[in-house]
Write a protein that binds this ligand. Sequence first.
Ligand code: MCN
Length: 764
Amino acid sequence: MISDTAIGHPVQRREDVPLITGSARYVADLPVDGCLSAVFVRSPVAHGRVTGIDTGEARSAPGVVDVCAGGDLGLPPIPETAFPPLSPREQFSWPPLATDTVRFAGEALAVVVAESLPAAVDAAELVVASIDPLDAVVDPVDAMADGAPLLFPAHGSNLVIDVPADGQDALEGAEVVVRGRFRNQRVAPVPLETNAILARPAGEGLEVFASTQVPFRLREGLCTALGMDPSTVRVVAPAVGGGFGAKGGVYPEYLVVAALARRLSRPVRWVQERSENLMAMTHGRGQVQEVELGARRDGTLIGLRARTVSEAGAYPWRAGIPARTTRLMAGGVYRVPRVQVHTQAVVTNTTPVGPYRGAGRPEAAAMMERAMDMLAAELDLDPAELRRRNFIRAGEFPYRTASGAVYDTGNYERALDEALHLAGYEALRREQAERRARRDPMALGIGLSTFVEVSGGGWEHGTVRVNSDGSVTVTTGSSPHGQGHETTFAQVASSALGVPYDAVRVLHSDTAVVARGVGTFGSRSGQLGGSAVLNAAKEVVSRARLLAAHLLEASPQDIGLTDGGLAVRGDPSTRLSWAELCAAAADPARRPPGFPGDLAAEADVTAVDGGTYPFGAHVAVVDVDTETGRVTLRRFVAVDDCGAVINPMIVEGQVHGGLAQGVAQALFEEVRYDADGNPVTANLADYAMPSAADLPSWLLGQTVTPTDRNALGVKGVGESGTVGSAVAVQNAVVDALRPWGVTHLDMPATPQRVWEALRRAAQA
Ligand code: MCN
């Protein structure tokens, strides 16, 4: 039956069976005869001059096939990603194996390749790196101070991105201004599967299996670095155990392993260990925000002025992506006539920072939503009321913001109404007032966030082909790693063609099978990849109508879709099944002159006006024990609007995952270093990643405001749960502590931090 698997229905993910039963194959599982194992030797210090790397003893260790360091492989350094108007600058490029300087603890210095993993691990211990330590700098603000140790002395400063605010004084005419300095702490993406790659020679070229979100981008990066023609390189992303944005780049290790496979003419595999992952996979967030929000006494916003200092880590590489997105989205869901953001990013002797679920939007939402709560407190207004007074109204779309985004569609007040209703807001405020009146040491906090984010930039590719047996093959350039594209894209194709859902196969993540594509990040796949599949399917239908009209001697306008084929409208007896149509197309005697020999089509879909703007409203309810500082998240309501929905079950799952990561940032997670740049959270005992037991049961609501920027009406959902949730919890904690004199608390709200904030406030 098509009806209960069509677009809009909660179809169970077809991906789940192989994933849950263990038959899915990750890079580490691929059976490849004669495969060598690579192990990286990493810098034990955060900053230093490399004076020599002695690989002699390692080379002669049992089972060792090769040891390379520094420039041995002749690989070019990895370029910085552009931050318009700045273009990539060579001096900040990242050498795949450190040459003269190491800039963070965990930076790759050398690689050992051996017949077995244990042999490679043992031999790696024998590589001796001589490093003259240099002073390290860890804190981004310290890194900007005069006299700070410089990571790139030729640049003269650690400030690598400095884009001033534009526009006139944002606060002019404000009757009240609230000011804050917020620290959006650095967190680690921690996908279940770490980075991993297997490269093997294939004729003159290479076959590469990698844990990546972007097979086409990886192929391009490999070809550029190795001087190869893309037609000779095949990249496959097999089962990928999550990425959360951090697998969107071409890592140094990936270039090294591919180069080794060529150099040794043998397959080489590398699978990152967990501690290695916590040091060498890009981190996320890491932004210090100085914010001033001006308003009139009635709460009407006048302007936002901010300076954001993003941590780039040791190499700017992909750090510009979140930094510029925070700038774009700074004004949030409000009519803010003037927004001025001074965007900076600095290098420090720490792991490079890059996009992580939300990539700059959670930072923007946290900045604005904390400031809105401060303003509400200053004006003695209910935070919900202050938000209501300032929302961009439903009739004002498309809406051009002061920072240059053009929001497509929205109804922010409706989302807030729904969230407040689901949370039982009035009753909660009454309970809070009662507890405050009796000075209950168990404080109740209610935190709101109303947020908007940007999703789905760039373009994506899809094809649809009807096979001779009437089944359908879809290909997509997107590369799912937990998002369920095989399910949702099959729903799209089956709905558009009127074929059973089970008759549709979706192929992806293999550059030998898919002609071109971009990949999966930025909550882009449903709207761009899904719409490409829809457009290709519609093209197949319109061609099939011409063919059916020819065969049935009818006018194409009179031909319609019927269950499993096409027929003259109102006359099911004329039905031609898809298999019959396919056979007719293949037969030159039966198809019309000039008609192609198959029923297939392709489509590329490009984002309109920078993408779509999903939004929502979250309400967090916390109990804070003011005697111990312990925070318990009692209730969490999330209303997310991602436009039209292809699969509500998958959308819910995506929101759940996003909420978990946002709440984790609010309450538990933080990447930390000591003053010398040694990582102190490089394993999962020290890095507090929550389990399901640490999280509440989410209460979800939904509003549906379709976009007019793609054929499906779909906006992104993969990140929105993360965008609004962290600050909702943070606002709830601060709300709980207000009677104790606490006006702001940086994340994560660990018991110690909460307790210290209470102590400080009591002493003030
Ligand atoms: N969808 C839908 N209706 C909508 C929007 C989306 O049914 N209105 C479906 C899509 O068809 C797709 C899924 O929901 O099956 C997510 O779609 P989308 O929002 O387009 O996001 P992407 O597929 O592009 O996934 C990227 C997004 C990002 S950016 C991060 S980070 C993230 C996320 O997905 N990382 C994840 N979700 C993740 N989920 C898992 N399990 N693992 C990760 O690493």
